[in-house]
Design a protein. Structure first.
Length: 89
């Protein structure tokens, strides 16, 4: 089973917000997921990015692959850099 960190769309029509989830790569975008890792709301000014650092680091250390968008969010929050530093030790 290949696990990905990706976005799941929520919210009403024309007013989306997203959950950052760990999900099996074979599941559909808004389908079954394993765990919620955080939230992302691009409609706020500035955009709201809430990530549970412990959960994100746990999934990254277990080999979960983030999608391009989640990779950018991890870079913005500094979690990706922290993971790379802990991996090199």
């Amino acid at each position: 089973m290949s696990v990905k960190l990706r976005l799941t769309r929520a919210g009403s029509k024309k007013k989306p917000f997203y959950r950052i989830v760990a999900a099996d790569s074979r599941m559909p975008r808004d389908g079954r997921f394993i765990e919620i890792v955080g939230r992302y709301n691009p409609r706020n000014e500035p955009s709201l990015i809430e990530l549970n650092k412990d959960k994100a680091l746990k999934w990254l250390s277990q080999g979960a692959q983030p999608t391009n968008t989640v990779e950018k969010l991890l870079n913005i929050t500094g979690i990706r850099e922290e993971f790379e530093n802990s991996k090199s030790k």
